[in-house]
Design a protein. Sequence first.
Length: 244
Amino acid sequence: MPRDTDPITSSVWVRPSRARRGEQPTLSREQIVRAAIELLDAEGLSGLSMRRLGAKLGAGATSVYWYVANKDELLELALDEAMGQVELPDPAVADWRSAVGDVVRSVRTVILRHTWMAGLYGIHPAIGPQAMRLSDRLIGVLTAAGFANLDMAYASSLLMSHAFGSAVMDVAMHTATALAGKDANDLVRQLEPYMDRIAGEYPHYAKWWAQNKGADMERMREDGFEFGLQRLLDGLESWLRSDA
């Protein structure tokens, strides 16, 4: 029988637990998911398999199958568990900008802590308990601020896209620097001869490069993320006022 590739009907969250009666498993689903996250953090998506997970748990792959049907299901569980590390906003906080900004920062921080998450968003539906708690709280804050109906969905999507997009770019940079064995500033400095050679073809870029090539790349990533977040919040706040 062909495998069900529908992301909803195949989701672990819409089906009953796989735990069977009659035998007592030696592990819990919580243990399995924690061990999977440890493997993912250490070796990335390619480093996780049911066999390796069983070996890490000292129980064999058979015990893993008590609670998870396959690797995709395991990844869905791990993704939601990691989402539980996002700091939720206090619904009583009156300043919605601060509350929402803290959520966006926390989402980015969690993805940078678990870089494998960047390759899973959009593949699995975010409908697990941790993701739903985050969505519910964020909707509560945005509703109190004055967002409603689909406008709230658009605002939330815009903010989360900034968190995800920034994190994905940072993960890519971290991967590149790790492979090169150099930091981001070293890599940029290596571009100087090339930039000098093509400066005449791209005068506007060359002028900007000359004025800013000494900037710290690590600091730029942090400042750039915060700049984008504040401008998004500025725009949403302005939209709320004009729509009032």
